[in-house]
Design a protein around this ligand. Structure first.
Ligand code: TMP
Length: 212
């Protein structure tokens, strides 16, 4: 999924199944917003550049093994270590397009059987996005896409469970975009939804926090 979150500016989050095309759509969106004269940045979770992010990365590539609770908390810590920078960026008028966020944290970890509420707890207090966009694709269609299966969670049975969890997390405020449409159509729809959000956030909007 993709999301934007801000207060003076927007924070948009994209939670999704793996291989739904969100990463390229997120980067196209940033270019689009910049073309519209907006200050925008692409963020991504996990952020593999930090030391916590490197532990996550080696877990995802099956280079290391970790207890399910431990890796869940590392994903969460990886968001917490970026929280204050996120707030600063938003306050200074930069919109953030965020490729995955807490929703992915809960949907993936609870697909392993961890308690849903336990998974939500460490995310409490992180900034709430101004918009959450879900790029909708079936686990079967995602598996047909190139590069699938390279990382730990890219297995169809597991992704089916993740998809069910996103349904539980999803509320009426999420925008759902069909990720199986031609790339240009997905892009166009995202541009409209996101520009709308960025404009409305510029009127000034207080921060809110998960899970409100
Ligand atoms: P990526 O493919 O978007 O880089 O994400 C890497 C994998 O990590 C993907 O399978 C989803 C998973 N994930 C979690 O399990 N918990 C999280 O909190 C996040 C952000 C991603």
């Amino acid at each position: 999924a993709l999301a934007v979150q801000r207060s003076l500016n927007s924070q948009l989050k994209f939670p999704c199944l793996d291989r739904c095309g969100k990463t390229s759509q997120c980067s196209r969106l940033v270019s689009y917003l910049e073309g519209q004269g907006q200050s925008a940045e692409l963020w991504r979770f996990p952020d593999r550049s930090t030391s916590v992010g490197q532990m996550i990365s080696s877990y995802l590539s099956n280079t290391s093994q970790l207890d399910d609770h431990t890796i869940h908390l590392l994903f969460s810590a990886n968001r917490w270590e970026k929280r204050s920078l996120m707030e600063t960026k938003l306050k200074t008028g930069t919109s953030l397009i965020v490729d995955r966020y807490s929703y992915s944290g809960v949907a993936f970890s609870s697909a392993k059987g961890l308690d849903f509420e336990w998974c939500k707890a460490p995310e409490t207090g992180l900034l709430d996005p101004d918009l959450v966009v879900f790029l909708d694709i079936s686990p079967e269609k995602a598996a047909e896409r190139g590069g699938y299966g390279g990382e730990r969670y890219e297995q169809i049975e597991f992704q089916r469970k993740v998809a069910k969890n996103y349904e539980v997390l999803r509320d009426a405020s999420w925008k759902v975009v069909d990720a199986c449409q031609p790339i240009e159509d997905v892009e166009k729809q995202l541009q409209e939804i996101v520009l709308d959000c960025v404009m409305s956030c510029q009127k000034g909007k207080p921060f809110s926090h998960l899970w409100s």
